[in-house]
Ligand binder design. Structure first.
Ligand code: NAP
Length: 314
């Protein structure tokens, strides 16, 4: 299996590449960057090889700025783009990043036409739409990381709150990877028991927790300048699900054509069945009225932002 990471000189790209190597799920990894960053990614690959020797993992890691080396990738991850800094929203970086993502998606289609594209660059729901249109790929083969990470963050908070193992918490955040994210509290369960039946003592502040999830990325950025390990391991989770054809239901940003609440022509975080062909099915979900309203609001917001960005690319 071959995975290429475009933007591997950046923090998320390089850490995601390291996770993929460390989890021993790919035989070939391409660290791709601009020519001016070639030295840097060469250094990254040498450093990774040392770590792989310690882990006794056999892998080929290639650092390159040559597009030909993307050829025959099973998955191409795009993390290239300007990151937000403290005080910035994801929308602030939409137009510059759209140009970068559109160009790379077009090149991926040219140099690795059978691959699956995973978009990470923010604002990720808009960028997923940009990559889908620029690549011309089928919609099952282009998706974005966003709400899977948010879901992991909520899962963590609930596990800490109840002091239980994180695997006992089943929860999901959908909608936008941003202020309009929608935590599906109504279907969250702890050890298979719906949270409303589990937290009978009323000590859980769901609203407060939801606010914390919305601000979780900014909180880390304010403290250490960027998020890195969380996104990287979330990327690795999704890639291993696809490469192992695991058929897990994870939340990714996907193009909607009316499958959920009749929302169309926008990419949003929704539960999907993932397998070797990418998105195998968008899973319809039953939500509370509040969640439906919030999901529709997210769709409206992302659609408006997407339309503005697509116009800027014309
Ligand atoms: P970073 O460390 O600054 O890395 C940015 C990467 O993009 C570098 O490889 C950089 O290449 C490349 N790049 C910048 N401008 C470029 C251009 N004009 N053309 C081509 N490549 C360019 O940023 P990061 O922290 O890794 O974040 C990367 C992206 O992921 C950001 O958009 C961030 O918001 C997003 N992100 C998304 C999630 C999510 O859940 N979806 C989570 C975290 C981060 P050089 O080294 O050559 O400059």
């Amino acid at each position: 299996m071959k995975v290429s990471v475009i933007g591997a000189s950046g923090r998320v790209g390089r850490t995601a590449a390291f996770c993929l190597a460390e989890e021993n799920m790919v035989s070939k990894l391409v660290l791709f960057a601009r020519e001016e960053s070639l030295e840097k990614i060469e250094g990254e690959s040498l450093d990774m090889y040392d770590a792989m020797a310690a882990k006794e993992i056999r892998i080929k890691i290639l650092s390159s700025c040559e597009l030909e080396n993307l050829h025959d990738s099973d998955i191409v991850v795009i993390t290239a783009g300007v990151p937000r800094t403290a005080g910035m929203s994801r929308s602030d970086i939409a137009i510059p990043n759209a140009k970068i993502v559109a160009e790379y998606a077009r090149l991926v289609a040219e140099y690795s036409p059978n691959s699956i594209i995973m978009v990470v660059t923010n604002p990720v729901d808009v960028m997923t739409y940009v990559a889908l249109k620029a690549s011309g790929f089928d919609r099952n083969k282009v998706f974005g990381l966003g709400n899977h990470l948010d879901s992991l963050r909520l899962r963590n908070m609930l596990a800490k709150h109840f002091n239980i193992h994180v695997s006992e918490v089943h929860t999901r955040v959908i909608g936008e990877h941003g202020d309009h994210m929608v935590p599906l509290v109504s279907s969250t369960s702890i050890g298979g028991i719906l949270i409303k039946n589990y937290a009978l003592d009323g000590t859980i502040d769901v609203e407060g927790m939801v606010k914390k999830v919305i601000n979780a990325g900014s909180y880390v950025i304010d403290k250490k300048g960027s998020t890195e390990f969380g996104p990287a391991y979330a990327i690795a989770n999704i890639i291993s699900t696809i490469l192992n054809d695991d058929k897990k239901i994870l939340t990714v940003s996907a193009y909607l054509d009316g499958e959920i609440e009749d929302i169309k022509d926008v990419c949003l975080g929704v539960p999907v069945k993932l397998g070797i062909n990418g998105i195998e099915r968008i899973i319809p979900i039953k939500m509370s009225q509040n969640e439906i309203d919030a999901f529709k609001k997210a769709a409206k917001f992302v659609k408006k932002e997407t339309d503005a960005v697509m116009k800027s690319l014309e």
